[in-house]
Design a protein around this ligand. Sequence first.
Ligand SMILES: *Cc1c(COP(=O)(O)O)cnc(C)c1O
Length: 382
Amino acid sequence: MDDKLMLMIPGPTPVPEQVLLALAKHPIGHRSSDFAPIMAEVTQGLKWLHQTQNDLLILAASGTGAMEAGIINFLSPGDRVLVGSNGKFGDRWAQICEVYGLTVDRITAEWGKPLDPEQFRAQLEADTDKQIKAVIVTHSETSTGVLNDLETINRYVKAHGQALIIVDAVTSLGAINVPIDEWGLDVVASGSQKGYMLPPGLGFVAVGAKAWDAYATAKLPRFYLDLGKYRKEVAKNSHPFTPPVNMFFALQVALRMMQKEGLENIFARHQRQTSATRAAMKALNLPLFAPDHAASPAITAIAPVGVDAEQIRSIVKKRFDIAMAGGQDHLKGKIFRVGHLGFVSDRDILTAISALEAALLDLNYDFTPGAGVAAAAKMLTT
Ligand SMILES: *Cc1c(COP(=O)(O)O)cnc(C)c1O
């Protein structure tokens, strides 16, 4: 049957009908008096979602554009940075920094394991002449389903005193608590197609006072992604370039939905669905790729044994029109990933687990039929 595609990937994520309908309106002029109140409302809404009074800037870009903006506005060629790298997106941070001629020290962990905050502490404490200009971390590492301990790493950055903390919160924002002001996070990047219940197209960057100080002397070239331009315009409820105005209509609706649900409820929903998904996999003898204490609230990665990850994905897609994600880079074919980020209901989780069980039956996998659904259902009631 057509038109029943269910996205259980970590982005793009499902979009509610009322958000889709907002996209179908006629565009308006971004310099018109109609646009300014929308800009004002979405900026306030984003600050609420980010739990910050810092500047909140909206870019016509994917998450990577927001990440790149987070580097080029605050650093200079040759600057030393510490980059946490335990998956594809941590690697991406390092690549962006290298392209721009920064001196990159990677703190690595095996893919599927969280970064060790003590390694950050050791490097930061050894840096007595304060050469480290920034510590750059991916909070929820989407490629592996690992949640890094941002709170502890950030504490060590604060103890260092000089370095900025620059964060990829692309699959943690709107899924788990990221209290930007309380923790003092300097730069936080995210993207619309993840926890925002929106299609791809917008990137978001939250920028604090210490980062703006660095901006004043940063020497990397910047033009379209020059955040100073966005800051100046947002003060007038405007935008420096032609923004995708329909995405702003959609953002307005999505933020209203999120405010109605409330941050605590949004986080609780993601936690419940993460627990349900993980409980189901355990009940099905499907090994989880990330440990319980470092489980992403947005994505669960599974490394099946005795059954092929790509075959599972293929059956679930062909027979049930449910898209699950595969592995990236060297994990291709070794893992599959189930997204539970954004506009996902408990029903979606039960549906996805049922479809997974049906695929496992097809593949003659050794498991107790119904065990996954039962385990998930139990977690969803608590
Ligand atoms: C999706 C994602 C990004 C950004 O990817 P884009 O395709 O550029 O939107 C960055 N970091 C993480 C952790 C992600 O999940």
